[in-house]
Design a protein around this ligand. Structure first.
Ligand SMILES: C[S@@+](CC[C@H](N)C(=O)[O-])C[C@H]1O[C@@H](n2cnc3c(N)ncnc32)[C@H](O)[C@@H]1O
Length: 249
């Protein structure tokens, strides 16, 4: 019997040309820009590790600001697209669950936008957080986003859209193939969501559990930002935010 590997299951979809095309933009979201401003000193003072860079959306800005830059991505096609766009930049094909192999570098800033760390199953997440802490200098900053378990559509299923029958059928077939791997645990769930026609299995967590896990890995949480850039405090409503941005040190 082969053991299901959620990370590799998710990685497959990033080898599609259409998905590579989808990530060609260079725009930044509001919480990403705010995190960038708040982490300016950490970024400029040393080397940046950019995790899951896709086609290099964030490379130009971070490479330009930092003293050093390493971008990693598991997908050969994404890496090829990013290298073509930024020749000479240190862009490596690497699975994020193997970032401990980068221990030859000390980073002042680690960036993992677009909920990339959520491709990992729950039992590998804490190891990843500890690995990031180990790669960072003592004053280094970690900014990442993650799927929000409190989001009111977190448990959605594909829409039945009679105007797009093929798309609807494809989404449901993908959803049926994925949902047997969905499960929930204390403060988290592995859910199939609409990313890339309902192919992905993502880790969703709530704020309380994420803060606890960051603290366990040796981080202090500086801020949690919603999709509109507001700072989310204890008791605030986050049910409209599909993702939350964490700033930690
Ligand atoms: C949601 S996309 C974001 C791309 C880019 N950071 C951006 O914001 O445009 C996620 C990226 O993470 C990469 N990825 C997925 N699983 C990964 C893994 N296990 N290790 C490293 N990269 C991974 C994918 O290939 C993809 O390029």
């Amino acid at each position: 019997m082969t053991v299901f590997d959620q990370t590799l299951y998710n990685a497959e979809m990033y080898e599609d040309d259409s998905v590579v095309e989808f990530y060609r933009s260079e725009s930044w979201s509001t919480p990403e820009l705010l995190s960038l401003c708040r982490s300016k000193q950490a970024i400029e003072s040393g080397c940046v590790l950019d995790i899951g860079i896709g086609a290099g959306r964030t490379t130009r800005v971070l490479h330009g600001m930092a003293k050093g830059y390493v971008g990693i991505d598991i997908s050969a096609k994404m890496v090829a697209a990013a290298r073509k766009r930024f020749p000479g930049v240190d862009i490596r094909q690497l699975n994020l669950r193997e970032i401990h192999l980068l221990s030859e570098r000390t980073f002042s800033f680690v960036f993992a936008p677009y909920a990339v760390i959520d491709v990992l199953p729950h039992d590998q997440r804490q190891t990843l957080l500890s690995a990031v802490r180990n790669l960072l200098s003592p004053t280094g900053a970690f900014v990442f986003s993650t799927h929000n378990l409190n989001y009111r559509h977190a448990h959605a299923v594909p829409a039945l859209d009679p105007r797009h029958p093929w798309q609807t059928m494809r989404s449901w077939l993908n959803h049926f193939a994925s949902r047997k791997h969905c499960h929930t645990g204390e403060g988290y769930a592995i859910l199939n969501d609409c990313s890339h026609s309902w192919r992905a299995l993502h880790h969703y967590t709530d704020r309380r559990a994420q803060v606890r896990d960051l603290e366990r890995a040796g981080f202090a949480v500086e801020a949690i930002l919603g999709l509109d850039g507001r700072t989310i405090g204890p008791g605030d409503d986050d049910t409209e935010d599909w993702a939350l941005h964490f700033l930690a040190r």
